[in-house]
Design a protein around this ligand. Structure first.
Ligand code: PLP
Length: 433
């Protein structure tokens, strides 16, 4: 077998996102035992870093072994027992997947839907809960299949009013837009490493609040999945250090370093950077005459969806971007397959230069495919939007400025745990655009 040669790629799709050298270097450190005292310290530091990223003080905040879908399964297998009624908000593929997972756990699942590209109407959630109580309400904060940023405040209030637990998918949200677990009263939340945290795929950060832990403790039957059973896993991540399974040691080195980079920049600064590049990209695409897919006012900055123009071959354009420019963007999935492109500016990839790179390459490829594209206008509009900078008018961006008390407390705890920056890397401007 020959050595594997990795092609040069600029990852501007729906994930994975570009991984900074610091994270890769951290992952290349020698493997130590998963019960080594030094590794246990790293686990504590990682838990503190995750608390900051989630905006929570929840004790049960861990990184599950597996990708974002393992996070989704963790929440459902631990909270749902056969016959439990759940309400799932579906406005894209990942909402649909939650219904599938919930039903596999034996849930009696009801659904509140919004057309793909639009946000869920919280009044629909309220009405559904009034008509039929549920043990939990589940919703995707950043729907990667559609590019929609779902506001959570009113859905959280409805869940609280009706005594239901609130479960949130923050796979694409974490690090890019506020998740604010404590401020919103989210009971259980899961994420992934390969989007705005810029760590390779392989871990699923999960946090459970007191009410969710109480529901776990009140289960009638053991959790159906041995591997994802939090009643055991919390004993490994907690003080007991009870052996459950061999932790993916080097992945955790990578996650810790990814969190360290995020905290050096600061959560709010990261949100602002994503907001600014997202606006620039969206302005550029519109100036090229392309139509954005997600409804205005609910567009994610880190994941932009755009309609494939009439008569243009979706796959041929993506292939040309990859083969000729080394740029990966995503196609549509599920019911929008072939109809949209998904462009991610996530984590380390959320840079001004990448906005220009993808706009220019897309313009060249579209022009060659015979589409009518005004030359140079996309890049000019993107630069103008970038220069215009501030002004938080998009979607839930107002939330970016709010509710950071939990984040501040968690950050202080992270520093106390020894997660503080060594050697002032932030001051040297390392690891960030
Ligand atoms: C919103 C959302 N939820 C869940 C997942 C599943 O994560 P993974 O593919 O890492 O298993 C993804 C992956 O793209 C996602 O975007």
């Amino acid at each position: 077998m020959n050595a594997f040669r990795v092609p040069q790629r600029l990852l501007l799709g729906p994930g994975p996102s570009p991984v900074p050298a610091r994270v890769l270097q951290a992952m290349a450190m020698p493997t130590i035992g998963h019960l080594d005292p030094r590794f246990l310290e790293l686990m504590n530091e990682t838990m503190e870093g995750l608390r900051v990223a989630f905006g929570t003080r929840n004790r049960l905040t861990v990184a599950m072994s597996g990708t974002g879908s393992a996070g989704m399964e963790t929440v459902f297998v631990n909270l749902v027992e056969p016959g439990d009624r759940v309400l799932v908000c579906v406005h894209g593929l990942f909402g649909e997947r939650m219904v599938d997972v919930a039903r596999r756990c034996g849930a009696d699942a009801a659904v509140v839907e919004a057309p793909w590209g639009r946000a869920i109407d919280p009044d629909d959630v309220r009405r559904a809960l009034a008509a039929r109580p549920a043990k939990l309400v589940a919703v995707v904060l950043a729907e990667t299949s559609t590019g929609v940023w779902q506001p959570l405040e009113a859905i959280a209030a409805a869940a609280r009013e009706h005594g239901a637990l609130l479960v949130v998918d923050a796979v694409t949200a974490i690090g890019g837009i506020p998740v604010d677990v404590d401020r919103l009263g989210i009971d259980a939340c899961y994420a992934g490493t390969q989007k705005c945290l810029s760590v390779p795929p392989g871990l699923a950060p999960v946090t459970f609040g007191e009410r969710a832990e109480a529901a776990l403790d009140a289960r009638r039957a053991p959790v159906q999945s041995w591997y994802l059973d939090l009643t055991m896993i919390r004993r490994y991540w907690g003080g007991e250090r009870f052996y459950h399974h061999t932790a993916p040691v080097n992945m955790l080195y990578g996650l810790r370093e990814g969190l360290r980079i995020l905290l050096e920049e600061g959560l709010e600064a990261s949100f602002e950077r994503h907001r600014r590049v997202g606006r620039a990209l969206q302005a550029g695409l519109e100036a090229m005459g392309l139509e954005l897919f997600a409804e205005a006012g609910h567009r994610l900055p880190q994941l932009t969806t755009v309609r494939v123009p009439e008569g243009v071959d979706d796959a041929a354009v993506r292939r040309a971007l990859l083969e000729e420019y080394g740029i990966e963007i995503g196609g549509g999935v599920g019911r929008v397959q072939g109809r949209i492109w998904r462009i991610g500016l996530m984590g380390h990839g959320a840079r001004r230069a990448n906005v220009l790179a993808v706009l220019s390459a897309l313009e060249a490829v579209l022009a060659r495919a015979g589409a009518r594209v005004p030359r140079g206008e996309g890049a000019a509009a993107a630069e103008a939007a970038w220069e215009a900078g501030g002004g938080a008018e998009e979607g839930g961006a107002a939330g970016a400025a709010a509710g950071t008390a939990a984040g501040t407390a968690a950050r202080e705890a992270w520093e106390a745990e020894g997660g503080a920056v060594e050697g002032g890397a932030a001051a040297r401007g390392e690891g960030r655009p």
